[in-house]
Design a protein around this ligand. Structure first.
Ligand code: GCB
Length: 572
């Protein structure tokens, strides 16, 4: 674990890497089982005319990092397996200012192994979490080989598992850097506000743990020594959705210094209300996948984040659901700047092997990485541990464990999971999924008028839970192909989708918390059309889930305006 990486001195390894596609994984075991000679991670190449080396990174094609491999090479669009990435770096005599270096990988989907100069150093599971590998002592002046094996196979015991309604983009999908730090440095340093308005924080020092940590918030006149978990006696102005206030923060230990920009707000639940900074706040949201504003590739970096979230701001949203996995750190940092509340989620999605303890360990590890990376972000108000999981004793025990784990890591935020709902044959819906007892907010995905139920009578539906907690519709909606116009009854037209939104909004208006109901927010499905191999209808879907309010190239559909005019009714 190494957080605040974007604020640190680092050498970027972004750009082209040579790659070898290896569906049979021979590069790991060696063609004769002689991995130490012939494994690709050795980064050899034929050096003379009789040399028996059967691979050569230098002559192999390149892929750009960060980026998925699927959209960079047509032949890899559907590829699921191993790709070997190789980058050679020249280290100058005066390259490093610090004593220690770490290779930091923003995300590698799904399982990856790191090799430096032929030595295997680390394995990491989980396609959306960051990790760091210490390279201290390995990067002396001269040339070095960095090889990363990335494998995106879908497996029953992975998270996510075998099926999902999004593209299984493989590769080094986020930035790769070498982070340069002093002998003693801050692995982790965070600040946040708890529901009672206390500013709390924590630090983890690596190196000389006897060194004291200084925390400065110059704008608030704070300069103090802190250690481990602490509380600050200050009353900062509040970060609020729509009016975000961020404070400069400086952390120092020994020769290490790292900066941050942090906002403070409270979030809690009061009966069926969600309360932010003491104000009942209806979540006017939209769900977002990590797919770029254009080109149908995996999103990464600050520009993609600004564009996607800019659309959410135009929509009048105060909330975004970052579905269905951990998004890029740039997304939550942009939410902080733009004043958007955010829901952060783990890819515990359809068909997880809940009975396997190793799978639970993997989920906990992904949760650790997410919380450690993002717990200073005022925008993030939810940790979501799952999406659409079929109730069973094993599933509820597994997810309750994760809920408890999230609270133990961070007691200041709300914990939830997007629950499945089923057609009931009636307009009255009572949510009694046992997981509702464990979470703070009962979040549900429902597709009235799309997968089931009568479109004309959507507005007559009522929603309650047996838990007396806020209900948030984490999904609702339906598909339309941008530019496809027709009658409201004609499926896939923009008119049909817009009508669906109008009717859902009518239902939500009547069922809102504070208005006789329990609905405290919504994040319809979804901002933008996104790639999904299960969406095969020719001429309409062509490999895209069409429930976006904008097309895969950003053209707005009619439903965008429908939702926008509802969100415009809110005065804040
Ligand atoms: C869902 C899933 C989401 C799908 C969506 C759909 O319930 O949570 O991942 O993409 O429905 O379009 O069916």
């Amino acid at each position: 674990m190494l957080n605040n990486v974007l604020q640190r001195r680092r050498r970027s390894l972004d750009g082209p890497w040579h790659v070898i596609v290896d569906p049979y994984e021979m590069g790991y075991i060696g063609i004769l089982g002689d991995r130490n000679d012939r494994g690709f991670f050795r980064d050899h190449k034929p050096r003379h005319s009789a040399d028996r080396v059967e691979y050569d990174f230098d002559l192999s094609p390149t892929l750009v990092v960060p980026g998925d491999w699927n959209t960079q090479n047509e032949r890899l669009m559907y590829y699921e397996g191993t790709v070997w990435y190789r980058r050679r770096i020249m280290v100058a005599a005066d390259e490093w200012r610090g004593d220690r270096q770490f290779l930091h990988i923003g995300a590698a989907n799904h399982t990856s192994r790191v090799f430096v100069d032929g030595d295997e150093l680390a394995t990491h599971s989980g396609g959306f979490g960051p990790y760091a590998v210490e390279l201290t002592g390995r990067l002396d002046p001269g040339e070095h080989s960095i090889v990363i094996q990335v494998d995106n196979r879908r497996e029953l015991d992975r998270i996510p598992a075998l099926r999902s309604d999004w593209w299984n983009f493989g590769g080094l999908t986020r930035s790769v850097d070498i982070v340069d730090v002093p002998e003693t440095f801050l692995r982790d340093a965070w600040l946040t506000m708890d529901p009672s308005g206390r500013v709390i924080g924590g630090t983890t020092v690596d190196g000389d743990t006897g060194e004291s940590v200084r925390l400065e918030l110059p704008g608030l006149g704070v300069s103090t020594v802190v250690n481990g978990q602490f509380e600050l006696d200050i009353d900062p102005g509040r970060w609020h959705p729509g009016t975000p206030v961020l404070h400069d923060v400086v952390w120092k230990v020994g020769n290490d210094e790292v900066t941050d920009s942090v906002g403070f707000r409270t979030v809690e639940v009061d009966g069926t209300d969600i309360v932010v900074n003491g104000e009942q706040t209806f979540l006017r949201g939209i769900s977002i996948h990590a797919e770029a504003p254009s080109g149908g590739r995996r999103a990464h970096g600050p520009e993609d984040a600004e564009t996607l979230l800019g659309w959410a701001v135009d929509l009048g949203a105060n909330f975004v659901r970052l579905a269905h996995y951990q998004h890029d750190e740039h997304m939550v940092r942009a939410c902080d700047r733009l004043g958007l509340l955010a829901w952060a989620e783990l890819p515990v999605y359809w068909g997880i092997a809940f009975e396997q303890p190793e799978v639970l360990a993997q989920a906990r590890q992904q949760l650790d990485e997410l919380v450690v990376r993002d717990r200073s972000r005022a925008s993030v108000i939810f940790w979501s541990v799952a999406n659409e999981t079929l109730p069973s004793p094993e599933r509820t025990a597994f997810l309750t464990d994760l809920v408890d784990h999230a609270r133990a890591l961070d007691p200041t935020r709300l914990v939830s999971a997007a629950l499945l709902t089923f057609p009931t044959g009636s307009n009255e819906h009572i949510i009694d999924d046992p997981l509702g007892a464990a979470v703070d907010v009962v979040s549900i995905n429902q597709y009235l008028g799309w997968y089931y139920g009568d479109r004309e009578t959507i507005a007559d539906n009522t929603w309650r839970s047996v838990f007396g907690k806020p209900i948030v519709f984490t999904e609702m909606g339906g598909g339309a192909k941008a530019g496809h116009h027709g009658d409201v009854d004609e499926i896939w037209t923009e008119e049909f989708q817009a009508d669906l939104y109008r009717r859902h909004i009518e239902m939500i208006r009547a069922g809102r918390s504070g208005n006789g109901g329990e609905i405290a927010g919504m994040s319809p499905w979804i901002l933008k059309d996104f790639r999904a191999p299960v969406r095969v209808l020719p001429g309409i879907q062509d490999g895209y889930n069409r429930k976006g309010l904008v097309s895969e190239e950003g053209e707005r559909k009619l439903a965008f305006e429908v939702l926008q005019s509802y969100y415009d009714e809110f005065s804040d």
